[in-house]
Write a protein that binds this ligand. Sequence first.
Ligand SMILES: CC(C)(COP(=O)(O)OP(=O)(O)OC[C@H]1O[C@@H](n2cnc3c(N)ncnc32)[C@H](O)[C@@H]1OP(=O)(O)O)[C@@H](O)C(=O)NCCC(=O)NCCS
Length: 216
Amino acid sequence: MIEILVANKSHVRYAETVCSLMYESALKRGTGIAKRSPEYIAKKMEEEKAIVVIDNDRLIGFSYIESWQHKRFVANSGLIVDPEYRNTGLARKIKRAIFDLSRKLYPEAKIFSITTGLAVMKLNSELGYVPVTFSELTDDDEFWKGCEGCRNYSILQENNRRMCLCTGMLYDPEKYKAAAVASEPDNNIKEIIHKKALSPKRIAQLKKNLRKIHLI
Ligand SMILES: CC(C)(COP(=O)(O)OP(=O)(O)OC[C@H]1O[C@@H](n2cnc3c(N)ncnc32)[C@H](O)[C@@H]1OP(=O)(O)O)[C@@H](O)C(=O)NCCC(=O)NCCS
């Protein structure tokens, strides 16, 4: 049975496996390795700020939460799926679970991500993240220090941290709420349509367009 769980101290024994999976995948992708020690991963598990996926005592997926700038920003990091279990929709489930956990623990925080991975961009978009410039992300030096292990770090430095090869993506709870309201059909527009002496055909056409906008 595959279980997707909020991690706790009982999962600390899987911390080494998480690091090995991350290390092997970084080697294969030829990317830099963000420094995450088994101790750091274990701490995240103990603090219940991580999601683990377990298949009969085998760890097959993971992600954890980090917070920055006095908890105003949150990042969901270290997403990894065991190669044998990829392309089965597991990352989508982990991303959903770690996102929900982040919203529960830090309801006011902006959630962000920097990535070059198409899969992660897709999954972030599904959750309501939008692409942003790095200026919209945290300016906490500790976060950017995490990029030091990446082979593109010199590019980030040359650009004074304004841009790099990664795409920045941000979920802003306030803007997300505003966007949801904006996508609702505007009753005022409906009223205007009724007040104006339009032909029934034109009204039907306008209403159809309104529904279309709502669906987008
Ligand atoms: C990236 C990773 C987490 C995806 O895990 P997964 O469980 O195979 O992903 P899912 O099956 O949930 O797929 C989710 C979506 O991403 C797409 N996707 C998955 N891997 C992809 C890849 N390598 N390239 C492009 N798209 C990919 C899937 O097609 C799917 O989209 P769809 O439903 O629209 O077809 C996994 O390959 C991995 O652990 N890679 C190494 C670590 C890594 O890159 N982590 C991200 C760091 S930012």
